[in-house]
Design a protein around this ligand. Structure first.
Ligand code: BGC
Length: 360
């Protein structure tokens, strides 16, 4: 029996069998990763999706903090929720599916009318990535996105490396190169529930976001162009507060997002001090997020509708998971005041995000 089999038969992680299938001649698989301190992960090369993350909770039990499926079909059926997926070429929205580059206008597929969301009709979330597992902690995924795929210029080569570290974190390294100027915004769309996937809503989780400002949006969730202070608004999470305390406030921005679905302007993007700290109220699990990206989309599962059966036969019910998508700001290609998302030939795009777990 191989080491990988040992992990699978522990039954805490989904079995590989639900994922083994060829799509367009490429083999989909489930990969197991483990860290030196006990944390384990299951990740599929279908969209580079994080399927499970097992973390030890305060009472010593292993908790799966990822809302996801134990088979490929579940991910394909729920594609518009992007469960666990790598997102590209451009994470989040591009207004009216249009941008200009070097004087030329480019048109993208409108999949979230009137905008393009998370890369267009078939984004990186639904591609089969090439996978290499150099050791038991690491999974390297690569994807070649051809010139004009989904309407974006340039041959883009993307590499995403997932590592389960000895410090109980899932580290995600992103790299990309292009042969023509192009816009990119790469992120991961993991849905977390620190009390354990399928254990009810996340409204009592305690959230702290190290951001003085966020980017207010119009009703179609496109930033209106300015950054605004969080002070005195339901968006102020500078001091720790339960997620649900102000989620139904009579506030225009909350209404536009149907809850939280907004980009925060991070005070100090870095890999040393957390940009976000979240605590599971029942498990006592603490998740710290570190990133080099300038923004983070805080999304409270407002479009989870209970239509799909997830792991453990639990429905993907309303607000039973949250996302913290580290990113550049939405619609940056059309918003010159925002940090630039242009990637030029000869340059290498690099970013790092860590989701680190501790016990109370
Ligand atoms: C978006 C939401 C969207 C969700 C799932 C988030 O990144 O901001 O509006 O519903 O992804 O598609």
């Amino acid at each position: 029996m191989t080491d990988t089999d040992t992990i699978a038969t522990s039954k805490l992680l989904p079995a590989t069998t639900g994922f083994e299938q060829a799509i367009d001649g490429k083999q989909v698989k489930l990969f197991y990763l483990k860290g030196k301190n006990g944390m384990q992960a299951a990740i599929t090369n279908y969209g580079g999706r994080v399927v499970s993350l097992l973390v030890k909770s305060a009472n010593g039990k292993m908790v799966d903090v990822i809302a996801g499926f134990d088979n490929l079909k579940g991910y394909q059926q729920s594609s518009s929720n992007y469960y666990g997926a790598l997102i590209g070429r451009y994470g989040n929205r591009i207004a009216n599916g249009k941008f200009k580059l070097d004087g030329k206008e480019y048109s993208l597929f409108i999949n979230n009318a009137p905008n393009t969301l998370h890369g267009g009709k078939v984004g990186f979330d639904s591609k089969v990535w090439d996978a290499v597992q150099p050791n038991e902690h690491t999974l390297e995924l690569t994807y070649h996105s051809a010139d004009m795929e989904e309407g974006f210029p340039g041959n883009l080569d993307v590499k995403v490396t997932y590592t389960v570290t000895r410090y109980n974190s899932l580290e995600i390294n992103y790299e990309a190169k292009t042969d023509k100027p192009t816009f990119i915004n790469l992120t991961n769309h993991a849905y977390f529930n620190l009390n354990g996937a399928g254990s009810g809503t996340i409204l009592k989780h305690i959230m702290q976001i190290n951001a003085d400002e966020y980017t207010p949006v119009n009703k179609d969730l496109i930033p209106v162009g300015k950054v605004a202070s969080v002070k005195g608004t339901p968006f102020d999470f500078r001091a720790p507060l339960p997620i649900g305390d102000r989620i139904n406030d009579d506030n225009e921005q909350i209404k536009f997002g149907h809850g939280y679905d907004h980009n925060y302007v991070l005070n100090h993007p870095n890999t040393q001090v957390p940009v976000v700290t979240v605590i599971g109220d029942q498990s006592g699990l603490i998740m710290k997020v570190f990133t080099t990206q300038p923004g983070i989309q805080f999304y409270t599962g407002n479009f989870m509708k209970g239509d799909f059966k997830m792991k453990g036969d639990q429905p993907d019910a309303y607000r039973t998971a949250f996302c913290l998508e580290t990113q550049h700001y939405p619609d940056s290609p059309n918003q010159p005041a925002f940090p630039p998302t242009l990637l030029e030939p000869g340059k290498v795009f690099k970013s790092v995000t860590l989701y680190q777990f501790e016990r109370k």
